[in-house]
Design a protein around this ligand. Sequence first.
Ligand SMILES: NCc1[nH]cc(CCC(=O)O)c1CC(=O)O
Length: 326
Amino acid sequence: MNLRLGTRASLLATTQARTIADELRALGHDVEMVEIVSEGDLTQAAGTSLVGSATGVFVNALRDALNDGRIDLAVHSLKDLPTAPAPGLVIAAIPGREDPADAVVARDGLALADLPLGARVGTGSPRRISQIVRQRPDLVVAGVRGNIDTRISKVHSGEYDAVILARAGLSRIGRLDQITEVLDPLTILPAPGQGALAVECRADSPAAAAIAALDDAHTRAAVTAERTLLAELEGGCSAPIGAYARIDGDRLLLDAIALSPQGTYAIRQSAEGDAADGAALGARLAQNMLAAGANSLSDEQSPQPTAAQLNTMGGAAAPTQESAQA
Ligand SMILES: NCc1[nH]cc(CCC(=O)O)c1CC(=O)O
């Protein structure tokens, strides 16, 4: 089958797209790569930045190309896809995912815990900020723009003592040697879907069946749990969310955290369910977290916390309370 695969021009995007193209070629398909240039790429190249979500602009440029019939499939980082389904499009494959952990790239080979008091850490992700400041309130966290290599270069130039990046992205572009610490995904919970790719096509496209051969059932179950949890929590709160699901035999284990922006308060819970139904597990854990107060997390203590909130809030909470089974 002839397949036109759309990709952004960035190193990470083209590397990810090439991986998928190679796998489809191995199945006997002819794959042509089509570069899709978006407003986001143009402004990034000009050294300026977009107001609002740049990732949204990149995703939409690829989706427009799918809807217009300029391409037959698009490869996305799953964590950059909004949880709402795109009308007329389907995620035809979620291939096996990389290690979803976050990673530290720091000067002098340092781990997060070894950074000196008041060190400068670059990340703009509310999820990373809240979890890292919760562990190290002394760190000065500042947003950092640009692609992965640009971010790493800001450590080498001394602008930052460390930056936090997804291990998967560093792996894909061959920068694992830059990592000075991989953060345990049960300590710093990853973004829902981190490390996974999503291959999207038109719902009525004959390409869907061809692409489906790349799907990995275990990864799909895990990221479905993570993204369903995110979707349910997004409806009820604007707190940063981390989630990490993994398969254990025929069971699916899910850990999730919602935090106040500076990490003063957090609700962390875990649950397990049938590996065949990630959506049910994600929805159930989200409801439990909302019941525990995930919808009212702020760095100022809430006026009248419920008993359930008191049980799961605060930096001094014992790990056993934080990881109460749901
Ligand atoms: N939002 C940017 C983005 N989207 C996907 C990745 C890396 C690959 C992945 O997480 O799957 C990154 C960079 C990062 O977070 O370090």
